[in-house]
Design a protein around this ligand. Structure first.
Ligand SMILES: NC(=O)C1=CN([C@@H]2O[C@H](COP(=O)(O)OP(=O)(O)OC[C@H]3O[C@@H](n4cnc5c(N)ncnc54)[C@H](O)[C@@H]3O)[C@@H](O)[C@H]2O)C=CC1
Ligand SMILES: CC(C)(CO)C(=O)C(=O)O
Length: 298
């Protein structure tokens, strides 16, 4: 299969590097990573290992592939979609955090598939990405149900050795992941603690309240999630990833812009639309916005 990975940072390089074991992969990213991959190939180290030679480019305009996998940060989604719209793809799959498929679908003619990834990835140096945890990719039709494109892409991922599930309930899975991120990300970033610190104590209470608010909004949107299920999902991720520094904590550690708008900001914006209160997410979002403004990364 011909696969374009748009956003060859940490996750995109890991997924693209593994897919390139059996597929014709092009990474769209930035220098110096792209130049290094072109000269020396891409090395995947850590929990997964591979040495592959995908094509790598900095200009994503006017390209064509069977599928484009989008792995830019959520705040770069609209710009990525504008570029993808100049090319030709049968399907576009998002593996990002947040509900970014809506942004992609509103700008693209191609079938947009929803996805989640629980693999951990960190770009260690140009040309080398570390797999910090073997997770799973779950993908499927954006509105739920079956889609032949999802089956084809799922098979292509599995053929390359990526643990992949094709699911028929993606709206519920997307919202459950958003509820988990709403629970964990800002709390760990602001308290400067690893995920495991949310196992009990006051930070755990804040995390559960934030996840509960996300579930309330999901239910207002007709997505069947239970409060107990989301609480259990937060606890399970906290336990499974106890030693992780969440992606938002890593962004704060590095003084980078965070995905606050796609996670807590999104929960608040949708809560407002439904006339629901989301005070915990509102407070967490405002604190992160204040931190970003202070760092000059907003
Ligand atoms: N890193 C991880 O372990 C995981 C990340 N995710 C999600 O995946 C998404 C990506 O995360 P990361 O890979 O960590 O971010 P990242 O910042 O490492 O990678 C994104 C890359 O996209 C590139 N990019 C953005 N716009 C571009 C453009 N127009 N042209 C070329 N390159 C462009 C950036 O330069 C950057 O290298 C986020 O939504 C994140 O929440 C989800 C699960 C795990
Ligand atoms: C699931 C979790 C919270 C794992 O750290 C994550 O997705 C993130 O850090 O963004």
């Amino acid at each position: 299969m011909e696969i374009l990975v748009f956003g060859a940072g940490s996750l995109g390089s890991l997924v693209g590097g593994l897919l390139a074991r059996v597929h014709d992969v092009t990474l769209v990213g930035r220098d110096p990573h792209v130049s290094r991959v072109r000269v020396d190939g891409l090395s995947v180290t850590g929990a997964e290992t591979a040495r592959t030679a995908p094509d790598a480019v900095t200009d994503g305009e006017g390209r064509a592939a069977d599928v484009a996998v989008v792995t830019v940060k959520s705040f770069d989604t609209a710009a990525a979609a504008e570029t993808l719209a100049t090319g030709s793809y049968d399907a576009v799959l998002s593996l990002q955090n947040g509900l970014t498929e809506e942004t992609l679908a509103s700008r693209l003619d191609a079938t947009v598939l929803a996805g989640t990834a629980t693999y951990g990835a960190r770009l260690r140096e140009p040309g080398r990405v570390e797999c910090t945890g073997v997770g799973r990719v779950v993908l499927g039709a954006r509105a739920g149900g079956t889609d032949p494109a999802a089956e084809r892409v799922g098979k292509a991922f599995r053929d390359a050795g990526l643990r992949t599930l094709v699911a028929t309930d993606m709206p519920r899975r997307r919202w459950r992941k958003l509820a988990v991120n709403a629970g964990i990300n800002a709390v760990t970033a602001l308290a400067r603690v690893e995920n495991g610190a949310l196992a009990d104590g006051p930070a755990s209470e804040v995390a559960h309240r934030a996840a509960r608010e996300a579930v309330r909004v999901a239910r207002a949107e007709g997505v069947r999630l239970t409060y107990r299920g989301a609480r259990a999902a937060v606890d399970e991720v906290v336990s499974d990833t106890a030693a992780n520094r969440s992606s938002m904590l890593q962004d704060v550690d590095s003084g980078r812009r965070t995905e606050v708008e796609a996670i807590h900001g999104e929960v608040v914006a949708r809560a407002d639309r439904h006339g629901i209160d989301a005070p915990t997410n509102r407070t967490l979002a405002d604190l992160l916005r204040a931190w970003e403004a202070g760092r000059g990364v907003r």
